[in-house]
Design a protein around this ligand. Structure first.
Ligand code: FMN
Length: 177
């Protein structure tokens, strides 16, 4: 069983990115389990002085979660042409560890915009030595939609198949490494 961790870069209760990763988990293809990481908002702000023995428990749990996972999927909004601080903060806790090194990762998108954040996030994650599955191109346009609309869009057969297909392709990438 391949274990995938899905992270939303938004803390908003009605987040479209969180809805997308939740739907990915619900529509996971056979042979894998997709678990949503929900600890982003509880992570202290990264401080290199707090690494090693001083690592806060929330950060240690994130590091352990990523270490154990076979792959990571991230869906992240764009704030002011950048990666939201909460998402970057989570990644910062992983920089000087082995957790990210060679770890397969794929970006998925809940907005057809956010091109700056996509590029920045991919660059950061590549720099951290995540093994980026660059061919992964799942994009479901949920930007500006209300929760009921988001749910309806994510329930459409074509979108469920697109989500399953994207994760299936990612599984092949993971298995091929
Ligand atoms: C503070 C802030 C800054 C934003 N800046 C951008 C931006 O630069 N480019 C963009 O495409 N969208 C921007 N947006 C819109 C969000 O990326 C968009 O609403 C996204 O769908 C929010 O994701 P969520 O539904 O998961 O919270 C911004 C939103 C906020 C709250």
């Amino acid at each position: 069983m391949i274990e995938i961790i899905a992270i939303s870069g938004s803390l908003r209760a009605a987040s479209t990115n969180s809805a997308l990763v939740t739907a990915l988990a619900a529509n996971a293809p056979a042979g894998c389990r997709v678990q949503v990481y929900d600890g982003l908002g509880r992570l202290p702000i990264f401080n290199p002085d707090d690494e090693g023995e001083r690592t806060p428990p929330e950060a240690a749990a994130l590091i352990e979660t990523i270490t154990r996972a076979n792959g990571v999927v991230v869906s992240c909004p764009e704030y002011a042409h950048g990666v939201p601080g909460g998402m970057k903060n989570a990644l910062d806790w992983l920089v000087s560890r082995d957790a990210a090194v060679g770890k397969p990762a794929m970006l998925v998108h809940a907005s057809p915009r956010s091109l700056y954040a996509r590029a920045a996030l991919a660059e950061v994650m590549r720099t951290m030595s995540f093994a980026m599955y660059e061919e992964g191109t799942l994009e479901i346009a949920l930007l500006g939609k209300k929760p009921a609309e988001v749910e309806a869009i994510l329930s459409e057969d074509a979108n469920r198949e697109a989500m399953r297909g994207a994760v299936r392709d990612f599984l092949e990438f993971i298995r091929g490494r």
